[in-house]
Structure formats: structure tokens, C-alpha cells
Design a binder for this molecule. Structure first.
Ligand SMILES: [Fe+2]
Length: 184
């Protein structure tokens, strides 16, 4: 059975034409997910910036760049979603659900004792997830009507790969500066 996600029940919506149930294709669902990950990435980079400010101020510039690229990614996704007549609400729902899951994961992973290294380790997982999701979306853009999404993937994938490389390098830099024998 097909699992249709992102459905908005018509009973929850105000009465209006074309505002009812929107079934998303797998590709549209994935588009919602990468948009939600870009939203979650903005919150995550803000949180890790606060952790890094005192401990590793030299890494803040990279975090700020990642934050602004995540914001641009969200905007570029939204520009495409805006053109998908009748699907906009359902895709935005999917994005919001993914953003909430990202926020929950961050809350579980980072506690009040977390340091900058913990923050960059969390970002390493999150950025790897973004790279993976964008590649899945790209693999789904097979028809000519998906041209704009395919172009967005071409733009986003190298940026997400760079994010992953940068946060992994930052984690290793912070870990190398720690005393492995110290009791934490
Ligand atoms: Fe990213």
C-alpha cells in the first residue's frame, strides 16, 4: 500500500476551492524534506554558533556562511514550491514536519553540558543527512517537468558536500586540541 504523506485533511481547512486533499508524489515529498532540512539547519547553525563563540571563535565565520546558505536554500525551494499549483500547503506541511524532527533530534543530542565539539558532531550528522537527501531528490528528477528541481539539486549538492566537509574538519580540529586522557 502506498503511504501518502503530507496529506492535509479537508476537514481541517477552511472551505475553499482547490484547498482540499493534496497527494504528493515521492519527488514532491522529498522536495518538502530538503526544504525542512534547510530550515532545521538554520536553527542548528545558530545553536552551534553559540557553543563555538567562546571556545572556537575562528569557526564562527564558517557557521555564519552555512546559516546564510541554508536560508538561501529554503528560499530557492520555496520559489519552486510556489509554482506547484495545489501542492503548496502539503509540501510546506512536509517541510515543517521535517524541521520539527530536526529540532527534536537536536534537543536529544545537545544538552546544557554540550560543548563546541558536541555541536560540530551533531552538525556532521545533520549535514551528512542533507547531502543524502539532496542526492535522493536528484535521483527522482527523471522527467522533463522536473527540470527546475534538477537544476536546484545541481546548485545545492556541492554546497551541502562542502558543509559536510567543513563540519567534519572542524570536529577533527576541536578533537585534536582536546586531551584524550582527560576525564570529562
Ligand atoms: Fe547544509
Amino acid at each position: 500500500m502506498n503511504c501518502v504523506r503530507g496529506i492535509v485533511r479537508s476537514t481541517e481547512l477552511p472551505i475553499g476551492k482547490d484547498e482540499g486533499v493534496a497527494e504528493l508524489t515521492n519527488m514532491e515529498t522529498k522536495l518538502g524534506e530538503v526544504m525542512g532540512l534547510a530550515m532545521a539547519a538554520q536553527a542548528a547553525t545558530e545553536k552551534v554558533t553559540r557553543l563555538a563563540e567562546d571556545e572556537a571563535p575562528e569557526l564562527v565565520g564558517k557557521l555564519e556562511q552555512m546559516h546564510s546558505e541554508a536560508a538561501e536554500t529554503e528560499q530557492r525551494c520555496m520559489r519552486i514550491v510556489d509554482t506547484l499549483e495545489g501542492k503548496k500547503t502539503a509540501i510546506q506541511e512536509e517541510a515543517s514536519a521535517t524541521k520539527r524532527k530536526g529540532a527534536d533530534m537536536m534537543k536529544i543530542y545537545l544538552d546544557p553540558d554540550s560543548d563546541a565539539l558536541d555541536g560540530f558532531e551533531f552538525l556532521t550528522m545533520a549535514e551528512a543527512g542533507e547531502v543524502g537527501h539532496w542526492k535522493v531528490l536528484k535521483a527522482m528528477t527523471r522527467s522533463i517537468s522536473d527540470e527546475e528541481v534538477a537544476a536546484l539539486c545541481e546548485w545545492a549538492i556541492p554546497i551541502q558536500e562542502r558543509h559536510f566537509t567543513d563540519v567534519k574538519a572542524a570536529s577533527e580540529q576541536l578533537a585534536a586540541a582536546e586531551d584524550p586522557a582527560a576525564v570529562s
